[in-house]
Design a protein around this ligand. Structure first.
Ligand code: ARG
Length: 464
């Protein structure tokens, strides 16, 4: 049977064309066409290397490189015809090159396989995605530092168990998010090193008989290292899994952040206002202003966790080396990267626009006996053992609950009912300012520490 009726790239050994449904079922072009730029970059580097290796002439190389540039132009202009019968992005581009150049186009695939080609493409693509994600992370973190600086003195309740615990500064709370995102940044930078190793040259699985010069393609493509084993090079997708793991952690952080924004914008908290452009209304309840962006980010987190689980599962049963299973790596990976990047972008845009309602935050901190620990610490300084102080303050709080008074609202006489060690100087520690200012050490909530942490954060961003 002529190769016209079967796939042109591998039709030779087949005696009947592939079933029409199977052709669609096995094709990946609908989603892997998004790798076209990186596929072309990889092919151009490969062609240049083949010339240095004496496999292609300079004229052949130039025709291939220019032809691929023009194909990129066609794709970007929307005039390229993607064909499902050509399976994937690699064969679509190669077939078009051959259509344009004739026999020279058919020489491009010398000394490589789609197996090392696709592994190279995904790594090149993911490297760019990580860089774009890191840029959004930078922007979000810079916004957090800015807001933390403005809100270094703003007092809010700090929570444990979502019950008022101790007063903190809003700036300090924001810097907790900064800290988490710094670790996400570190993880992605570290992951990028392992993404940035070159599988090209592994060919189908065993390497190739041509005198390829892998250090040439490595340098042309900006890889940091050459993969040391051809079987591993075409097979493992651990770099994609690792990215999804780092992305999952980052999304988990954004999801928690989202949860707080949702709570804080509620009528029950009213700690912050989000500008209208980040919210939507309800079609039935006219009063509603819903924090859609944080809710969606919280919701989208599941997709990224799903990608991680999907890729781990995809990999776990595969024998060496390449298996078609690996074609399934792309959609979850693309989706995880898109989701993280878009979520970070939305947050980077939204965070500088957060409007804290300082009076309400302060009032909430004042109401919840948030300086009870400060009173206990005060009694410790007067010489009592901490456990006794804890008990004394417990009685005072109970009295406060029954009488509707916060600790700072009680008279000295009232307070002295619980301990005669309490004196006039107690009121300095029962104030919210006294409480936060007293936590004046690295990592503490005192406004001075928040300002210092903002400076450290700026230095960190500057050295990236
Ligand atoms: N579309 C394939 C993938 O994404 C490319 C590699 C196919 N290789 C093969 N021998 N069928 O993995």
């Amino acid at each position: 049977m002529s190769s016209e009726k079967t796939n042109q790239s591998w039709g030779g050994r087949f005696s009947e064309p592939v079933d029409a449904f199977v052709a669609r079922f096995t094709a990946s072009v609908d989603f892997d066409k998004r790798l076209y730029r990186h596929d072309i970059l990889g092919s151009q580097a490969h062609a240049r290397m083949l010339t240095q290796a004496g496999v292609l002439s300079e004229a052949e190389r130039d025709a291939i490189v220019a032809g691929l540039d023009e194909i990129r132009g066609e794709i970007e202009a929307g005039t390229f015809e993607w064909r499902v019968d050509l399976e994937d992005v690699h064969m679509n581009i190669e077939a078009r090159l051959t259509e344009r150049l004739g026999v020279v186009g058919k020489k491009l695939h010398t000394g490589r396989s789609r197996n090392d080609q696709v592994a190279t493409d995904i790594r090149l693509w993911l490297r760019d995605e990580i860089d774009a994600i890191l840029a959004e992370l930078d922007r979000l973190q810079a916004g957090l530092l800015q807001l933390a600086e403005t809100e270094a003195d703003t007092i809010m309740p700090g929570f444990t168990h979502l019950q008022t615990a101790q007063p903190v500064t809003f700036g300090h709370h924001l810097l907790a998010w900064f800290e988490m995102l710094s670790r996400d940044h570190e993880r992605l930078v570290d992951c990028r090193k392992r993404v940035n190793r070159m599988p090209l040259g592994s060919a189908a699985l065993a390497g190739t008989t041509y005198p390829i010069q892998r250090q040439v393609t490595c340098e042309l493509l900006g890889f940091e290292a050459i993969g040391g084993n051809s079987l591993d090079g075409v097979s493992d997708r651990d770099f994609a899994i690792e990215f999804c793991a780092a992305a999952s952690l980052a999304m988990m952080h954004l999801s928690r952040f989202s949860e707080e924004l949702v709570l804080w914008t509620s009528a029950q908290f009213q700690f912050i206002d989000l500008p209208d452009r980040f919210c939507t209304g309800s079609s039935i309840m006219p009063q509603k202003k819903n924090p859609d962006v944080p809710e969606l980010v919280r919701g989208k987190t599941g997709r990224v966790f799903g990608a991680l689980t999907g890729l781990l599962t995809l990999m776990k049963g595969q024998p060496l080396a390449y298996n078609k299973d690996n074609q399934e790596d792309k959609e979850p990976l693309f989706d995880a990267a898109d989701t993280l990047r878009d979520s970070l972008r939305a947050f980077a845009d939204m965070v500088p626009a957060i409007k804290p309602k300082r009076e309400i935050m302060r009032e909430a901190a004042r109401r919840g006996f948030s300086t009870a620990t400060d009173l206990a610490d005060y009694l410790v300084r007067k010489g009592l053992p901490f456990r006794d102080c804890h008990e004394i303050v417990g009685h005072a709080v109970k009295y406060g609950v029954d009488s509707g008074k916060d600790l700072a609202e009680m008279s000295l006489d009232e307070l002295r009912r619980f301990s005669d060690q309490i004196e006039q100087d107690v009121f300095a520690v029962l104030t919210l300012e006294g409480s936060v200012n007293a936590r004046d050490h690295i990592g503490g909530t005192a406004p001075a520490q928040v300002r210092a942490a903002v400076q450290r954060g700026r230095a960190l961003l500057a050295q990236r």
